[in-house]
Design a protein around this ligand. Structure first.
Ligand SMILES: [Zn+2]
Length: 147
């Protein structure tokens, strides 16, 4: 667990922080259902903030689950099927969240195409970058949290 070297608030420069209390955070992850999060209090501004272990953010899903979602998508699985596969692993992620996760990764990796990963793809709808594919947009726009 990283120990913060200063107060987490940008407008405070205090280096004096004190472990306030450990808090458990429910986490969607294939390995750790719960993760210990440390809560610190700044001795100067008196505000508290949380420190997360590496790979865990304030988001409900860990980086591991997001990575898994993107990997499954790149293997040629549809957003909906990725969502179902993750649900089967006990880490439910809606189709919309799968889509958003893939888009977030695509934004960091310009020109990412799943055809480059899966050369023999039979999926004609993905002959273009998936962020230009109207089927993907339609799927994401159709609201996919329904089961
Ligand atoms: Zn402070």
């Amino acid at each position: 667990m990283p120990v913060p070297s200063k107060c987490a608030y940008a407008d405070c420069t205090s280096k004096q922080v004190q472990l306030h209390q450990p808090v458990s955070k429910a986490l969607r992850d294939t390995v750790y259902p719960q993760m210990e999060v440390h809560r610190y209090r700044c001795l100067k501004c008196r505000r508290t903030f949380r420190v997360y272990p590496p790979g865990v953010t304030q988001a409900q899903s860990s980086e591991r689950v997001k990575g898994l979602a993107v990997m499954l998508y790149l293997l040629g699985i549809s957003y909906g099927a990725v969502s179902l596969a993750l649900e089967g692993l006990g880490v439910p992620l809606s189709k919309t969240r799968v889509y958003e996760t893939v888009q977030a990764v695509a934004a960091r990796v310009p020109g990412l195409k799943r055809e480059e990963v899966l050369e023999a793809s039979q999926d004609q709808s993905h002959g273009r970058r998936f962020d230009e594919c109207e089927m993907c947009w339609a799927m994401a726009a159709s609201g996919s949290d329904r089961r």
